[in-house]
Design a protein around this ligand. Structure first.
Ligand SMILES: O=C(O)CCC(=O)C(=O)O
Ligand SMILES: [Fe+2]
Length: 348
């Protein structure tokens, strides 16, 4: 349970994975590369940046990359010749140089098989596995036919969720399988001031119990040991987080509830929670000007900040699609009451 420690101006957080707002400045080291912002609000693509070169680069460059990912929400690097081990190495440098708590490492997903080929800290994203596990196949579902049900922030059901994530797609259909991201900073800024004030005192419960069924379908037990932080373990797969959180790297506020995992806003009636969550989810899914849609080419890689964005895969293809994902853990989510939205921080 997040504790309300209003005397320190912090709402939520946890002493082990201690939250701290750092507002890390960008030093300019990536300016040498051609960059294209793929949408005004979110997303940037760099030309000519290779992860293998970043592994050899100064800390300043890797820190600048972290700051850019946190500011732009998601960064795209094309055509990467990089192994899952090298992805893990960069992920660890990125999270550490941006100031993650010492107790936070790389996540072990509860569905990752013990002794899996690429190691515990790499999730294999694969259409084949997805079909076997009974994952999102909304086109055929009699429950819902909304592709937008897949919007989520990674592993928000953990007490210490992800700060950054990295995905490389190496196998893809001729067309289809795009991924979309949306900005949590922008959605916070679209709330009226009275609505922002009401939500800033509330927490929400995030829950991924559906992974227990998926694990059964896949025939593997869930990973109950430590999953990258001493606070992430067991089969409960549920956590309580502030509805509005501060990103420690930018210092900007973001809405932190998501369609995939958030079940309940606490401290209000179930009816009120349903209405509030539906409204917040609609802000994410129905504002295409707060989103970016990425069309993958073979071996493209995306790095995003899970504290301040959501993403949504597109299941519109029949062929195989597969890639590798690595997720680092940040701080226990918190709201720094002295922080502001991005618009207020940046000025008009
Ligand atoms: O398959 C995709 O495009 C995204 C999968 C996903 O949600 C993730 O890697 O976190
Ligand atoms: Fe995801």
């Amino acid at each position: 349970m997040p504790s309300a420690t209003t005397d320190s101006g912090i709402f939520g957080g946890n002493d082990i994975a201690r939250p701290q707002t750092k507002r890390i400045p960008y030093s300019g080291s990536l300016d040498a590369f051609v960059q294209n912002d793929l949408a005004p609000i979110i997303g940037r693509e760099y030309e000519g940046v290779q992860v293998v070169d970043l592994l050899e680069a100064d800390d300043r460059v890797v820190r600048d990359l972290a700051v850019t990912v946190s500011e732009r929400g998601v960064v795209f690097l094309r055509d990467q010749n990089v192994t899952p081990t090298q992805m893990k190495d960069l992920m660890l440098r990125l999270t550490r140089l941006s100031g993650c708590p010492e107790s936070s490492g790389l996540h072990v997903h509860p569905l990752t098989e013990e002794g899996s080929e690429l190691g515990d800290q790499v999730s294999v994203i694969s259409s084949e596995k997805q079909a076997k596990g009974g994952g999102l196949t909304h086109q055929l579902s009699d429950v819902s036919r909304f592709a937008s049900n897949a919007w989520h922030a990674d592993i928000s059901f953990e007490p210490v969720p992800s700060d950054y994530a990295m995905l490389k797609i190496h196998t893809l259909p001729a067309t289809g399988g795009d991924t979309l991201w949306a900005s949590g900073y922008e959605i916070y800024d679209r709330l009226s001031a009275p609505m922002q004030r009401m939500l800033e005192g509330l927490t929400a419960t995030h829950d991924a119990k559906f992974f227990l069924d998926e694990a059964k379908n896949l025939g593997n037990p869930i990973r109950e040991g430590q999953r990258g932080s001493p606070l992430n373990h067991g089969a409960e797969l549920a956590a309580v987080h502030p509805v509005i959180r501060t990103n420690p790297v930018t210092g900007w506020r973001s809405v932190y509830v998501n369609k995939g995992f958030t079940k309940r806003i606490n401290g209000v009636t179930k009816d009120e929670s349903d209405v509030l969550l539906a409204y917040l989810f609609n802000l994410v899914t129905q504002n295409h000007d707060a989103q970016v849609r990425f069309r993958w080419r073979k071996n493209d890689l995306a790095i995003w900040d899970n504290r301040s964005t959501w993403h949504c895969a597109t299941y519109d293809y029949a062929e195989a699609r597969a890639g590798d994902r690595v997720c680092s853990l940040g701080e226990a989510p918190y709201l720094d009451l002295s922080s502001t939205g991005r618009r207020d921080a940046k000025g008009p």
